[in-house]
Ligand binder design. Structure first.
Ligand SMILES: [Mg+2]
Length: 413
């Protein structure tokens, strides 16, 4: 069945997410068209234009920020959402599909002057160290690294141009292209927001605890039965908590309630700060009480509060070795499951936060022929990356990395 998007204003958060899901379907089709050298369908471009108009026509928020809109959650509650990511990426896709790559690059340069030359510089540096080698693995984080950052996971739909560039790179330069994200795989998750064709990247979610491989087969890190049951029971209770009228908003803002493999995430705030801080703290306490009821000894679960999300994580190991599963554990698990042969390089590891460092550390420990690009403006992360990998490259924007990878791609494009 073909999806078309009509011109129709959105008023609720549900309508917004439905609209973004539809753009994902159209963008997947457009991506396949571009990759097969077919003209993108005129009706698909019209649909994306309508989607962009529908976003812009949503009721404006009082903030006066250009893309902040006010959407209803239910009859009594509303939420302010910043649609900057969604609007910007849709506009870029329309330019790309209608006018091509050169026009897209002009738009990107116009948005951030100097960015194209920074991308060229990074491509040159990577060429200097890699030559024409095929990477054994290209292991990358998604959000903030090879995808511009969006405050809401559910609407962070990958752009067509981004999917095309990353596909070209994967197919021409890497034996094992792998995306490792901390979000869940589906329901909604990585597979729902990705536009890249299946079997192009190993899609690893929940920090690598679950994945779809290059043959589109599912795999997961085994957790003891009793731990899974504990998480399921807790999920049931959290769902119940979010059914109470005054708590409903936490299921709808930011990350919402996500069931990841080995982890639960529930939002307590969004980047617009739409929940009053005292209410948000009270909700954190309610969730903490609930977790303590399920795991009174504190042996199996750990709570991490990011200020926006409450993450409830299953620990691994036993006794004093008990720890959180991190992306480094994820990479080693994938090595074992898929036979990546991590001990043989070259590898390229990319990330944008401290939680991506274990991925780089694990790969470097297996093979010194490991290169890295980190996307960050934080001096403390710069320092940590360079301490671990002195030859790493640092850039300020995901666009720089994505354009550089595109420049490194080989063959007919
Ligand atoms: Mg990230």
């Amino acid at each position: 069945m073909t999806t078309t998007i009509e011109e129709k204003p959105i008023h609720t958060l549900t309508e917004f997410y439905d609209l973004m899901d539809q753009t994902a379907q159209i963008r997947r089709k457009a991506t396949l068209d571009v990759l097969s050298n077919r003209e993108p369908g005129a009706s698909d471009i019209t649909s994306l234009r309508n989607a962009l108009k529908n976003l812009k026509d949503a009721p404006e928020a009082d903030s006066g920020k250009p893309f902040e809109r006010h959407l209803r959650m239910d009859d009594d509650h509303g939420v302010t959402v910043d649609l900057d990511y969604e609007v910007t990426e849709l506009a870029r896709d329309i330019t790309y599909l209608e006018l091509g790559e050169a026009a897209l690059k002009l738009v990107i340069e116009d948005q951030t002057p100097g960015l194209l030359s920074q991308a060229d510089q990074l491509a040159q540096k990577l060429t200097d160290v890699l030559g024409s080698a095929t990477l054994r693995s290209f292991i990358t984080d998604r959000d903030g690294t090879v995808n511009n950052y969006c405050g809401r996971y559910r609407s962070s739909i990958q752009a067509t141009y981004n999917a095309v560039f990353l596909t070209h790179f994967a197919r021409s330069r890497a034996t094992w292209p792998i995306v490792v994200t901390s979000g869940p795989l589906s329901g909604p998750g990585l597979l729902d927001v990705s536009v890249i064709p299946p079997k192009t990247y190993v899609m690893a979610a929940s920090k690598g605890r679950e994945y779809m491989d290059l043959s589109d087969n599912y795999g997961s890190f085994p957790a003891p039965e009793e731990q899974n049951r504990l998480l399921q029971d807790l999920h049931g209770d959290l769902k119940h908590l979010l059914e109470q009228p005054e708590q409903r908003k936490y299921g709808l803002i930011g990350s919402g309630l996500q069931v990841k493999f080995g982890q639960l995430t529930v939002a307590r705030q969004d980047i617009s700060g739409s929940v009053p801080e005292d209410e948000s703290r009270a909700f954190l306490q309610a969730v903490t009480d609930l977790v303590e009821r399920h795991d009174s000894e504190g042996h199996a679960l750990r709570i991490e509060d990011t200020g926006l999300d409450i993450e409830i994580i299953l620990t691994i190991g036993a006794g004093d070795d008990r720890k959180d599963f991190d992306k480094g554990d994820g990479v080693l698990f994938l090595d074992q499951e898929l036979g990546l042969n991590l001990d043989k390089g070259p590898h390229l590891v990319c990330g944008d936060t401290f939680s991506d460092l274990p991925m780089l550390r694990a790969t470097l420990e297996r093979c010194p022929d490991t290169h890295a690009v980190f996307v960050t403006r934080k001096p403390e992360l710069h320092k940590a990356v360079l301490e671990l990998c002195p030859k790493a490259f640092l850039v300020a924007e995901p666009d720089i990395l994505v354009l550089a990878l595109h420049a490194l791609s080989r063959g007919p494009q």
